[in-house]
Each structure stands twice: as structure tokens, then as C-alpha cells.
Design a protein around this ligand. Structure first.
Ligand code: SF4
Ligand code: SF4
Length: 537
């Protein structure tokens, strides 16, 4: 689906103050700037509060009785449980360092998309209900009470934050607006306000093990399809297994990797790599999803969805776990998994049987990122790579927000790319690594109905890609996140043109010279190597 608005129409906003105070300016739920509500059957399936039919564009949101009490009790509970949340409510000095750092503000010009003001939506209610000054002086100290208009404002703007954490990099106090958004969405969910693009995948995950609702037999079929494709490209039949007890490694992927395009080519890359090094690994048809859409609306749901990974690691008796190219999955693994569901009952520690490297940083989670695993193989010269097989591509790398900012995964993907490609170009330094710009569609906002807001939010990322596209002829945007792979193609088509999207392990799989392979005439996409090079010359 493509956005019909022209670029000049999207960028036609006025940055001058409207003259009205921010508390008196209300959001307009115009088509293309919000997501549809959670469908009743999925809300019921997850046993979440107040399942009903409603939409954000309705006047009447059919809120439950005494909903204000529910919100304030929930607020109080989270202030007592999350010290960071209490701190973030108290310490902002309104210095403004974060204000122009959010991609949604840059792309929409809406002041409430400044992180400082987004947080103020909630902080104002905090002052009114939980501080003496706010109770007595009200608006004079920026306090206001919760009412239906405020609740609608929360919904609009907390679902226009991708929880990317870019703002926190620039805040002198380290205030993490993503965490405020997370609590905001959690409170909204308590009165039945959520979006379907999050609720449905979470519900699918409980029924079938993955967000896409792929049944175990289809999971198996798709893996077999990949095996056939790899054989036709390389002449080698790889042999992945599912639910095999006693394997050394449990391999967890985002389910889009076996289903969607261009994700599937990354999946071919994983399988060729594991075959080449003789890794003893298995998939699980139950833990067939590493992503965790619970992260986007409820801490309790994060924990419930994440638990299956350790349960399967224990049932299958593996030594440790490797995780594939996913973004938010790694925020959960790196920051929550051990405290929520640990300690992991695996049969060993994360030690590569190929290189002997002990991944000490993963001692608690028992989970190693595929880019760490592969860059370690490259470092130990265990792979025979021919980067010229990717010569048709002029590649740049988009640091996905969660691996970059939530776990510091900055060098490893670059090591893999630079060993697999001859033509690599970095985007400007204030748009990569810790300062990377979001795709504009993360945290469950990647829906078609929200397309205008996605294109607005993705503008800074697209702008940086356009820079290297124009200057160096970049035609391939690589990344290590399933949501990026799903949403960046539309963003590139809208703002840049002539740039495709791939995973890092697709590039590796192209370059990997496997023992006994036939002469490769096509890349993992099935494109003829010579023809592809010619068409890009
Ligand atoms: S940078 Fe931090 S302290 Fe400054 S306005 Fe933003 S959130 Fe507040
Ligand atoms: S976390 Fe990201 S999307 Fe949310 S306010 Fe900060 S910069 Fe904007």
C-alpha cells in the first residue's frame, strides 16, 4: 500500500505556536494518523479488560464505569513498583534537549510529539493527583485532572511513540520517554483501550506460538520450502530439525523470517551458515516466535509470552539459545527475560562449540544474538566468504533501535556486512549507532491504516538513506529487525526510490562459500548474479 499524499502535502505544517495553550489543544483523529482498536475476540482471548466494539474515531469510546478510578489506581500502583517511572515523573527540568530528537515531531511538526511534551501529558495528571503543589495550585504548576479528553490525548500520542528511546540519548537526566509510553499504554489497556495490530499478534502467539498465527504443520512446511529453495540455489540440502531433544542450541527467530519477503532470504542465510559450520541446533514449533508484542501494552503480557522460550529450552535440554534478527525481541531478552522468567534451566552455558568463545555477557539469559555468534566465527576465520557475490549491492546499515540502544549491538552487524560485501557506506553519524533514527513503524504501529503517520515518522531515516543513495548510489538498506524488514520497503518507496531492504544474514548467505556447493548463478533471492550486477551498473 502506498501513501497517496504528495511529499509537499506531508511536509506542509506550520511550526509557529498556535496561540492556544497545550492543554487546550486537542488531537484530531484524522484518517492515516492512528491505528484501529483491538478486535473484541482477541481482547477476550487474552482475558484483557473491557472487550467491546469501539474505534478511535467514535465519539463514544464506551469506557467502563468508574474508569477514572481504575486509571488512578493503576498509576499509583506503577509509581510504587517502578522507581524509574516515579523518577521520570519528578525530574524533568524542561531543558528542551529532547524536543527535536523524536522522528514523529520532525515528520509531523506536532508539539505534542516532542518527547518532553509527550511525557507532560502524563506528568500533568501525576502532579494533580500525587503532588501537594499540583493539588493546590492546579494549572499554575502544570497540573490537570484526568478526563475523557485527556484519555483520548494519551491514546493518540502514546500510540505515536515507537518506544525507540532516541530521546533518552540526548536527555541530560536520562529520562526514557519510551518507559513513560509503556506505562501510558498499560494504563490505557486497563480500561480496554488498545490497538489490534498489537492485540491480535499477541493472541495469535498464545494459540499457535507465533504472532502470525502459523500452525505447527505450516511452520514445518515453510522450513521445508526453505530447504528446497536453498538446494536449488546451492546444490546443498541443509537439514534443520524441529523440536529435537538433546540439540546443543535452540534457535529462536521472529516468525516473519519463515513467512514474509524479504525476511525469508535472511532465513536462508541462517540455514546455510548453520549447515556450513555443522551447528547442532533445533527450532521449536511451540516457541516459534522470538518477538513479543506484549512489550507494547503490558509488562505482564511480556512475561507470559516470553516464558515459552525458557520452557522449550528446558524441555528440549539444550545448552543455550541463539536468537535471530529481531529488534524488540532483543530488548525483552536483554533487559527483562532474566528477571521475569530466569534463571534459565539449560544444560550448559553459552559457549560456541565452533570457536570455543564463551559469551560471558549472556551468562544469565543464556541467549546469544546471531550477529554476535557470526561475527565471532568471522573473527576466528571459520567462514570462507566471497564478498564479490554481493557486488550488485551498494549497502548501508540501519541500526534498529532496540539492538542499538537497548543492547549496544553496534559493531557485530557491521563486521558481518563488511566481510560479506565490498561496497558498504555509512549514513551520517548523527543518524546511526546510538543516535539511529527509528523506521517510524515500530512498537506495533506498522499498520496500513496508520500509513501517513508512519511515513512522517520515517522521514528522518529515509532522509539519511537518500543522502547515501544520492552520494554513493546505495541501493540496499540492510537491518537486523523483522519490523524494519516489513516496513522499510514502503518507506523507501515513498521517500527515496530504488532502494531494497535485506537482513544482514542474507548478505552473509550470499557470500558464504559452502563446502561442496555448485557454482552459484543466482543469489538467495533467485536473481541471476551477472544480470543483477548489470542492472545495477
Ligand atoms: S531532555 Fe530530559 S530534562 Fe530536558 S526536557 Fe527532555 S526529558 Fe526533560
Ligand atoms: S521514545 Fe522515540 S518515539 Fe518515543 S518520544 Fe522518544 S524519540 Fe519519540
Amino acid at each position: 500500500m502506498a501513501l497517496k499524499l504528495r511529499h509537499d502535502e506531508v511536509m506542509n505544517f506550520d511550526l509557529r505556536p498556535s496561540g492556544k495553550g497545550w492543554m487546550d489543544t486537542k488531537p484530531e483523529f484524522s484518517k492515516g494518523t492512528y491505528c484501529f482498536s483491538g478486535v473484541r475476540k482477541h481482547v477476550e482471548y487474552l482475558e484483557q479488560p473491557n472487550p467491546r466494539e469501539w474505534q478511535p474515531y467514535d465519539d463514544d469510546w464506551k469506557l467502563p464505569e468508574r474508569w477514572e478510578e481504575t486509571i488512578i489506581k493503576g498509576f499509583e500502583d506503577r509509581l510504587s513498583r517502578f522507581r524509574s517511572f516515579k523518577l521520570f515523573m519528578d525530574i524533568c527540568v524542561r531543558c528542551g534537549a529532547c524536543s527535536d530528537k523524536c522522528h514523529y515531531f520532525i515528520g509531523s511538526g506536532d508539539p505534542k510529539n516532542m518527547p518532553v511534551l509527550r511525557a507532560e501529558l502524563m506528568r500533568s495528571v501525576y502532579r494533580k493527583r500525587f503532588t501537594a503543589a499540583g493539588k493546590i495550585l492546579g494549572r499554575l504548576v502544570g497540573a490537570r485532572d484526568i478526563d475523557e479528553a485527556v484519555l483520548k490525548e494519551w491514546f493518540y500520542y502514546f500510540y505515536q511513540c515507537t518506544e525507540c528511546r532516541r530521546c533518552s540519548v540526548f536527555c541530560p537526566y536520562g529520562i526514557d520517554t519510551a518507559e513513560i509510553t509503556m506505562i501510558g499504554r498499560e494504563l490505557l489497556n486497563m480500561v480496554g483501550l488498545n490497538i489490534n495490530w498489537i492485540i491480535e499478534p499477541a493472541s495469535n502467539c498464545f494459540r499457535t506460538g507465533n504472532h502470525l498465527g502459523i500452525q505447527p504443520h505450516t511452520f514445518k512446511d515453510n522450513i521445508e520450502f526453505a530447504v528446497d529453495e536453498i538446494e536449488s540455489i546451492t546444490g546443498i540440502r541443509v537439514n534443520p530439525t524441529i523440536n529435537r531433544r538433546g540439540a546443543e542450541v535452540l534457535f529462536i527467530i521472529p516468525s516473519a523470517d519463515i513467512f514474509a519477503d524479504p525476511h525469508i532470504f535472511t532465513f536462508y542465510g541462517y540455514l546455510t551458515l548453520f549447515h556450513e559450520i555443522g551447528l547442532d541446533y533445533t527450532f521449536s514449533a511451540y516457541a516459534s516466535e522470538g518477538g513479543n508484542f506484549g512489550l507494547f501494552f503490558s509488562h505482564e503480557m511480556v512475561k507470559r509470552l516470553n516464558a515459552k522460550i525458557y520452557a522449550e529450552a528446558k524441555r528440549l535440554g539444550v545448552k543455550y539459545i541463539i536468537g535471530g534478527e529481531c529488534g524488540h525481541m532483543w530488548r525483552v531478552m536483554h533487559q527483562y527475560m532474566d528477571t521475569m522468567n530466569g534463571p534459565a534451566e539449560t544444560k550448559g552455558d553459552p559457549v560456541s562449540s565452533i570457536t570455543g568463545t564463551r559469551f560471558d555477557h549472556a551468562r544469565a539469559t543464556k541467549m546469544v544474538h546471531i550477529c554476535e555468534f557470526t561475527s565471532d566465527l568471522i573473527h576466528h576465520k571459520k567462514l570462507n566468504l566471497d564478498p564479490s557475490r554481493n557486488d550488485a549491492y551498494r549497502v548501508t546499515f540501519h541500526d534498529s533501535c532496540n539492538p542499538a540502544r537497548a543492547m549496544g549491538m553496534l559493531e557485530e552487524p557491521r563486521i558481518v556486512i563488511k566481510s560479506s560485501c565490498n561496497n558498504f557506506f555509512e549514513m551520517p553519524e548523527n543518524t546511526i549507532r546510538e543516535q539511529t533514527f527509528c523506521c517510524g513503524s515500530g512498537s506495533g504501529l506498522g499498520t496500513d491504516e496508520n500509513l501517513e503517520m508512519r511515513m512522517r515518522g520515517g522521514l528522518p531515516r529515509a532522509n539519511a538513506v537518500k543522502h547515501v543513495h544520492d552520494r554513493h548510489g546505495v541501493n540496499m538498506l540492510s537491518c537486523i529487525c523483522a519490523i524494519d524488514k516489513a516496513t522499510l520497503p514502503a518507506l523507501m518507496d515513498y521517500w527515496v526510490g530504488g532502494v531494497e531492504v535485506c537482513g544482514v544474514h542474507e548478505l552473509l548467505g550470499n557470500a558464504l562459500m559452502m563446502k561442496g556447493e555448485k557454482e552459484r548463478t543466482v543469489n538467495l533471492r533467485g536473481e541471476e548474479l551477472a544480470a543483477k550486477e548489470k542492472s545495477n551498473a
